[in-house]
Design a binder for this molecule. Structure first.
Ligand SMILES: Cc1cc2nc3c(=O)[nH]c(=O)nc-3n(C[C@H](O)[C@H](O)[C@H](O)COP(=O)(O)OP(=O)(O)OC[C@H]3O[C@@H](n4cnc5c(N)ncnc54)[C@H](O)[C@@H]3O)c2cc1C
Length: 417
């Protein structure tokens, strides 16, 4: 349900996408899992079914929907419209977003190229990313420093001839394990002598540059998320030409702020889709088994779980849609509080819904026969990835205080206080 009337085009996209996800993506999940195989093989090839689904999504007009109307390369949607569609993709998080070329971290990286890239960078990286021919990674977090404060990032990007030399160790770099990962958007310090927020710059590092080593994939509660994964990556005397710098020296913060605004909301949207699927599975399950002389669904506490899950989900959706609508109407910079609120509330709410669904499946809920355990593991990371809860709540509180103080000052100026 949407609170803003959707255009006939978006309603049509919604129907087509819902059928694609239900009839083709969800049924492909098991095939994809099996095709990945075991051990090192899991990182070597993309399952054929995924490539087939990409062709199919493209033929249905479900391609690159994330790139909103401000970009000429995009599908011409608003953030609000994309929110509604992205939620549907979230019902099959391991398949549908990638099939529609709408998966992280590529979406954020494509936005960086579209927003800040030179014509040459666009030609070289944005074009094949938009075509789904290559994939990409965003390399910021480092094992040696608390990376939720990005001023700590200490990879060095130093001038060397007519280019830059990159030295540093990154980890949790999503997508770095993918056989088609061709490029790292990499953050590091170019100037240690200037102010904290002007020390960082961003360079594009082609994955096949000498000195780039994907050291190991990391696991999320035991899941490796192959073939894209989350990897530790070393940059050892990696040289890139000066034209690979994005936007300019010292402008790294500007780039990551532009990248993470709508990107954070995309994660929230997909999470709501996962919660919808979990709630459906829960409602179905509790009607099929009985304990103590009645169906599980007939126990009052279970009805309470169902009702609370629906109420939680609807409240969380309102926050996400409001944030998306504000990005459309007043821009990311003026919607920071709403984006941060959605980023904190949604993963927590969805985790609670997933937990209830797991509980209703009993032991079956923690195993591999339903998607619930894997959903829970992925969702738990969203309280940390793209900035932990505490960093966002800090920002919400600071904005709240600033806004209330400004309101008070304005009333005082008018002589009303
Ligand atoms: C699955 C997954 C995928 C990821 N993908 C990527 C990726 O593609 N690219 C990338 O660069 N990074 C990625 N990350 C990394 C992620 O963005 C960082 O883990 C996150 O920003 C936190 O940084 P940190 O791990 O260094 O934690 P730290 O900065 O060491 O913080 C540890 C904890 O301290 C607490 N804390 C921090 N600041 C405050 C505060 N102000 N007030 C109160 N408490 C605080 C928080 O609880 C936080 O969790 C990913 C992480 C995960 C789990």
């Amino acid at each position: 349900m949407s609170i803003v009337q959707l255009s006939p085009r978006v309603e049509e996209l919604k129907r087509t996408l819902a059928d694609f996800v239900e009839d083709e993506c969800i049924p492909a999940e098991e095939e994809c899992r099996k095709a990945l195989g075991e051990g090192a093989q899991r990182w070597k090839a993309v399952p054929a079914v995924m490539e087939k689904l990409k062709v199919r999504a493209r033929s249905l007009g479900l391609w690159n929907l994330f790139l909103t109307k401000e970009y000429k390369e995009g599908a011409g949607l608003t953030n609000y419209e994309y929110a509604v569609l992205c939620e549907i993709m979230g019902r099959s998080p391991s398949i549908a977003p990638e099939a529609c070329n709408c998966s992280a971290p590529d979406t954020g990286n494509m936005e960086v190229f579209a927003k800040y890239g030179t014509e040459k960078q666009k030609e070289k990286w944005l074009k094949p990313l938009l075509a789904g021919e290559i994939r990409s990674a965003f390399a910021m977090t480092e094992p040696e420093v608390a990376s939720s404060d990005a001023t700590n990032i200490c990879t060095r990007i130093e001038r060397s001839g007519n280019g830059y030399k990159v030295n540093g160790r990154k980890w949790w770099i999503s997508g770095a394990g993918h056989p088609k990962c061709a490029v790292f958007i990499t953050m590091g310090k170019t100037d240690l002598s200037t102010t904290k927020h002007q020390q960082q710059s961003i360079v594009v590092v082609p994955a096949d540059t000498p000195g780039v080593t994907v050291v190991r994939p990391l696991t999320v509660f035991g899941y490796d998320d192959a073939p894209h994964g989350h990897c530790e990556v070393v940059f050892d005397n990696v040289w890139v030409p000066a034209e690979n710098l994005i936007l300019g020296e010292g402008r790294g913060f500007e780039v990551i702020q532009g990248r993470l605004g709508p990107g954070r909301i995309h994660h929230c949207m997909r999470s709501l889709g996962m919660a919808e699927r979990a709630l459906e599975l829960m409602v179905e399950r509790v009607q099929t088994r009985s304990t103590f002389g009645r169906k599980i669904v007939e126990h009052g506490v279970v009805l309470d779980y169902i009702a609370k899950s629906r109420m939680d989900l609807e409240s969380a959706r309102m926050l996400v849609l409001r944030a998306a609508d504000m990005i459309d109407k007043i821009g990311t910079k003026n919607a920071l509080k709403e984006i941060a609120m959605a980023k904190v509330v949604v993963p927590n709410v969805v985790l609670t819904i997933l937990d209830r669904a797991i509980q209703m499946f009993g032991a079956g809920g923690v195993g591999q026969d339903t998607p619930l355990a894997e959903f829970w593991a992925g969702m738990r990371t969203l309280r940390i990835a793209d900035g932990p809860d505490e960093v966002h709540t800090r920002q919400i509180a600071q904005l709240e205080i600033r806004q209330l103080n400004a309101k008070k000052a304005s009333r005082m100026n008018k002589g009303k206080l």
